[in-house]
Design a protein around this ligand. Sequence first.
Ligand SMILES: NC(=O)C1=CN([C@@H]2O[C@H](COP(=O)(O)OP(=O)(O)OC[C@H]3O[C@@H](n4cnc5c(N)ncnc54)[C@H](OP(=O)(O)O)[C@@H]3O)[C@@H](O)[C@H]2O)C=CC1
Ligand SMILES: CC(=O)N[C@@H](CCC(=O)OP(=O)(O)O)C(=O)O
Length: 338
Amino acid sequence: MNLKKLKTAIIGASGYSGAQLARILSHHPHSELTGLYVSKNSLDAGKKLHELYPQLRNVVSLELQPILDINQVAENVDAVFLATAHEVSHDIAKCFLDKNVTVFDLSGAFRVPDPAFYQSYYGFEHQYPDLLNSAVYGLAEFAADALKQASLIAVPGCYPTAAQLALKPLIDASLLDLSVWPVINATSGVSGAGRKATLTNSFCEVSLQPYGLFKHRHQPEISYHLGTDVIFTPHLGNFDRGILATITCKLKPGVSRDKIVMAYQNAYQGQEIVRLYEEGIPALKSVVGLPYCDIGFAVEGEHAILVSAEDNLLKGAASQAVQCFNLRYGLASSTGLV
Ligand SMILES: NC(=O)C1=CN([C@@H]2O[C@H](COP(=O)(O)OP(=O)(O)OC[C@H]3O[C@@H](n4cnc5c(N)ncnc54)[C@H](OP(=O)(O)O)[C@@H]3O)[C@@H](O)[C@H]2O)C=CC1
Ligand SMILES: CC(=O)N[C@@H](CCC(=O)OP(=O)(O)O)C(=O)O
């Protein structure tokens, strides 16, 4: 492929997903990583990224810069990755779009095209309904065509990625009895909460525990994009990285194991990043540090249990954003990732 190197920048580069992006984009064959940005008053401004993440020594050489003039940053890049809080992404995406910069937003600011959803689940009034309508939801394995024309890409949430990759092929193939809502139980490592210290994610406080029961913002994100109601319960686990989702669902009468295998194979044929287990069940240790989502399942009578595993910072955030970048610019989805 003859694509020139595209100039890229990361906003929120000192955060957990921003640092993963920096690692990936600094050796991606079609990215020239030109800037790593943090907030205007960030205590990390002026530091090299490897001062925060020693594993990036000799991998990423750029310094973290305070974002003083967004327009100036926008004038000098082709694509920007927003690894920032929802409210920050919401406020700054338009500045980049106005300068014809393609925006890959890792936050939830543009994932569901319904302004009322933001008031209920994110606690702010969305100011850009037109952008909500034009944003492409970047569940990479299902969005290749839409991504080719996209200017604003809403990278799915970490739990929604794991849940949808397991459920969507079976829903699309009409194998599930959706009068019984699929039940998604998923456990995330603490890095899912971001780098800023809080009491709930401090070492001595973390203990395996469900949270956000019936109220987590990822439930409507999953339901909207799957087109069906679900019960979603996230759990916080006492490990740093990874999400494991265990999903129970009811099959339509007569649906066999073979039909499920076929539905997954049809959906993921040629998709390197989703790995199907025809035997065995995925575990976190097989995906942490890697861009894959592993999917396995078991069937008993009219029920199936689906299991998906991913690294929340990679397939759940940074590497999926790079898959979207690849597809946006006509590259193979896994370029620079495997
Ligand atoms: N962690 C995860 O597993 C996942 C996260 N996400 C989403 O990705 C986004 C980033 O998450 P995560 O990496 O965890 O977050 P972190 O809290 O780890 O990092 C946030 C980053 O944003 C910077 N920042 C804060 N305010 C501003 C600002 N006004 N302008 C520019 N930079 C700013 C912070 O640096 P400083 O404060 O020093 O300026 C830091 O670099 C969030 O929207 C999150 O919901 C999505 C999927 C998974
Ligand atoms: C363990 C943990 O706290 N996880 C985060 C979700 C991860 C994430 O960042 O998802 P979004 O991009 O949708 O915010 C949470 O439950 O809020």
